[in-house]
Design a protein around this ligand. Structure first.
Ligand SMILES: COc1cc(O)cc(C/C=C(\C)CC/C=C(\C)CC/C=C(\C)CC/C=C(\C)CC/C=C(\C)CC/C=C(\C)CC/C=C(\C)CC/C=C(\C)CC/C=C(\C)CCC=C(C)C)c1O
Ligand SMILES: C[S@@+](CC[C@H](N)C(=O)[O-])C[C@H]1O[C@@H](n2cnc3c(N)ncnc32)[C@H](O)[C@@H]1O
Length: 327
């Protein structure tokens, strides 16, 4: 059964995530809440500023969204080239693996949240198109008596190429979407693709609408991860699948040392040299360290109401793919 909306609060405490059951809608209090009469007055009169993190910085929850927006507004134009440079192309393999896990069929309705410049969406369209073409070829081979005109007609309808599949790319950042739309034009993707400006925490879609929900390298940036997960659950059809590709916890001590060295000593430098933006890439590596482990994130997904939650760690746990179903 789905957890009631905003009932479970996850707060980051020191090294790990601890779950605090909330008596519904109580704000998260600062640890150094002022005591005494002033404190009592504040408690009765003022809404406390709820704090969260932005990388290693402590910021108010209100501030975080704006800061994340600035990061992606600033990196949007260099985003794709940075990813190839920083990861030596490995991020492409991780994204391909997400698609293989999803294994969408023609007709699948996908919602890709925090979809940015469209990497997941384009892979989805290529995948379902290839699937659909294979299916059509099989059907055509079975119906040997079709005329050439009939065969040509079957291939003319662009929508038909996808067998009714559709991907909705939803992202909060206009600049990221702008780059994504330009890429779509350049790669010839027109059919089966819609771009929507929207917040993962308050999705602009009806309940029970999508077969699959994906979020790749996005959930780490969201202020209330629990709300984003609840929204994912809400918009999926019963039987629908949640898939998340995100940085995770490295499980090999030697690789972990190299990884730290590379993350903190190299990535911000690359950010500065290639994108002229040290701070955004410092935020990237810090936000990775703030994100819960594979097991803790699995629990959060279960708390949002998903079933059969599993994960697969890739590249020694540098990233993981989490999967869950809405039953
Ligand atoms: C602002 O927010 C963001 C901005 C973005 O552009 C992207 C994101 C979201 C992220 C993605 C969409 C994914 C793509 C981006 C990344 C993978 C960048 C993040 C990178 C890390 C957290 C570090 C780990 C990266 C990898 C494992 C990818 C592979 C990279 C290498 C193997 C590096 C090799 C580099 C060299 C040999 C160049 C020379 C380097 C040095 C001299 C420094 C010292 C090098 C080492 C100590 C070796 C590095 C070793 C490792 C990183 C461990 C290797 C692990 C295995 C082989 C398993 C976004 O939110
Ligand atoms: C690292 S990018 C990932 C883009 C793409 N999914 C990929 O794999 O390349 C993170 C994206 O999350 C988006 N984002 C951050 N907070 C968001 C939110 N609350 N709702 C929707 N998108 C958000 C950013 O605008 C950015 O485009």
């Amino acid at each position: 059964m789905a957890a009631p909306r905003s009932c479970a609060l996850w707060s980051y405490c020191g090294r790990g995530w601890s779950r605090v059951m909330r008596g519904c809608q109580l704000p998260r209090l600062r640890s150094s809440w002022p005591g005494g009469p002033l404190g009592a007055r504040l408690l009765s009169q003022e809404k406390p500023t709820t704090e969260t993190h932005f990388g290693f910085e402590t910021v108010s929850e209100k501030e975080k969204g704006g800061k994340v927006y600035q990061v992606f507004e600033s990196v949007a134009k260099k985003y794709d080239v940075m990813n190839d440079m920083m990861s030596l192309g490995i991020h492409r393999v991780w994204k391909d693996l997400l698609l293989w896990k999803m294994h969408p069929h023609p007709g699948t309705q996908l919602l890709d949240v925090a979809g940015g410049t469209g990497d997941i969406a384009f892979r989805f369209l290529n995948y379902v198109q290839a699937q659909h073409q294979r299916k059509q070829k099989r059907q055509l081979r079975a119906k040997q008596n079709l005329s050439w005109e009939e065969i040509a007609k079957k291939y003319q309808n662009e929508e038909d190429f996808l067998g009714g599949s559709h991907v909705m790319v939803c992202d909060i950042n206009k600049e990221m979407l702008k780059v994504g739309k330009q890429k779509a034009l350049a790669q010839g993707h027109k059919a089966g693709l819609t771009w929507v400006l929207g917040d993962a925490e308050e999705l602009p879609f009806d309940d029970d609408k999508f077969d699959i929900y994906t979020i790749a390298f996005g959930i780490r940036n969201v202020t209330h991860v629990d709300r984003a997960l609840q929204e994912a659950h809400r918009v999926l059809k019963p039987g629908g699948r949640f898939l998340c590709l995100e940085f995770s916890q490295v499980n090999n001590p030697l690789i972990s040392r190299l990884y730290d060295l590379y993350s903190f000593q190299v990535i911000p430098v690359l950010g500065e040299v290639i994108a002229g933006d040290w701070k955004s890439y410092q935020y990237l590596v810090e936000s990775i360290r703030r994100f819960p482990s594979q097991e803790d994130f699995k629990e959060m997904i279960e708390d949002a109401g998903f079933h059969k939650v599993t994960y697969e760690s890739l590249t020694s746990g540098i990233v993981a793919i989490h999967s869950g179903f809405k039953l």
